[in-house]
Design a protein around this ligand. Structure first.
Ligand code: C2E
Ligand code: MG
Ligand code: MG
Ligand code: MG
Length: 284
């Protein structure tokens, strides 16, 4: 038994050490990385379940690190949020997203809105609305073309500071999406306080291993609530036909997940887009 615990402890210790080395490595290299454009913006389709039509895309950042290889956002976003680098990175991603849509618009081909992630740390930055507005205008877009995904935890951390910023963004015409709804920081209060347009149900809801009945009931409740509030509701993380069937049966109209498509590099997404029928769905 002693050996077992020693081994477990050693393993734990090692993973913490690895994590620290990785964090330091990330911090040391991120500035150059932004200059060298080691960061890439991938796009993942959002689809109308009823007819399989494309209704939007989410921009997701990827980091091709010279030593660590492809680092997942789950590993570096939290580090960047801690050390304040996130705002520089997010601006890079938002600009790319606007440039992509600007190109679609000027080429008069298929056009869909693109959603970007806005970290809670970005919210506190002076004149976030002004910065976003400028990017939109520079690319010949309307604010309504750019959807802003904000995680629920961001709302909870300080709603007094947050509310005026979200209200201003909304006033300007940006579409506000609440990301990861139901994960950890659930608060029905935020639904009544914030002027959101879209509710994204966290992908954990579809990973039902325990309490399956109960989780299904909660999901059904959330979908009904969103429909009642006239919010567009998008389920995240749908991977299988069965999950799509379940969502359809629950009245969830939209989904984003591997079933429809993984996040893709821009060129691949361009090919994909040219073969799609575009949904007529409008944000309510
Ligand atoms: P998110 O905003 O909730 O994005 C959805 C995540 O779910 C993405 O992970 C996507 O690849 C993943 N996903 C989509 N469909 C499926 C599926 O069917 N199965 C599974 N297992 N996963 C699926 P990703 O790209 O690793 O990003 C993780 C998180 O990192 C994002 O969660 C977001 O919170 C954050 N993030 C990503 N890009 C950015 C960015 O540019 N800025 C900021 N601030 N955060 C970002
Ligand atoms: Mg998101
Ligand atoms: Mg998120
Ligand atoms: Mg999410």
């Amino acid at each position: 038994i002693k050996g077992f615990f020693d081994k477990r402890f050693a393993c734990y210790d090692d993973s913490i050490r690895k994590k620290m080395i990785m964090e330091q490595n990330i911090i040391d290299t991120m500035r150059e990385a932004l200059e060298r454009e080691d960061f890439q913006v991938y796009l993942q389709p959002k689809v109308e379940i009823g007819n399989g039509r494309l209704m939007g895309a989410e921009a997701l950042v990827r980091w091709q690190h010279p030593q660590l290889g492809m680092v997942s956002p789950g590993d570096f976003i939290p580090v960047f949020e801690k050390n304040g680098f996130i705002y520089a990175l997010d601006q890079f991603v938002w600009r790319k997203a606007c440039e992509i849509m600007g190109r679609w618009k000027s080429e008069k081909g298929a056009f869909i809105p693109v959603s970007v992630n806005v970290s809670r740390a970005d919210i506190y930055h002076v004149d976030l609305p002004g910065v976003l507005m400028k990017m939109v205008e520079e690319n010949g877009l309307e604010p309504g073309n750019l959807h802003l995904e904000i995680t629920e935890s961001a709302y909870v951390s300080d709603s007094r500071q947050l509310l005026p910023v979200i209200e201003r963004l909304k006033e300007l015409g940006f579409i506000i999406e609440m990301d990861d709804f139901g994960n950890g920081y659930s608060s029905l209060n935020t639904l009544s306080e914030l002027p959101i347009d879209v509710l994204k149900i966290d992908l954990e809801f579809l990973r039902m291993r325990k309490n399956v009945m109960r989780r299904k009931q909660i999901m059904r409740f959330v979908i009904n609530l969103a429909n009642e509030l006239r919010l567009q509701v998008i389920a995240e993380g749908a991977e299988t036909e069965e999950q799509i069937e379940l969502l359809r049966e629950m009245g969830c109209e939209y989904a984003q997940g591997y079933y429809y498509g993984r996040p893709m590099p821009q060129d691949d997404f361009q090919d994909y887009l040219s073969k799609q029928t575009i949904s007529e769905a409008k944000v309510l």
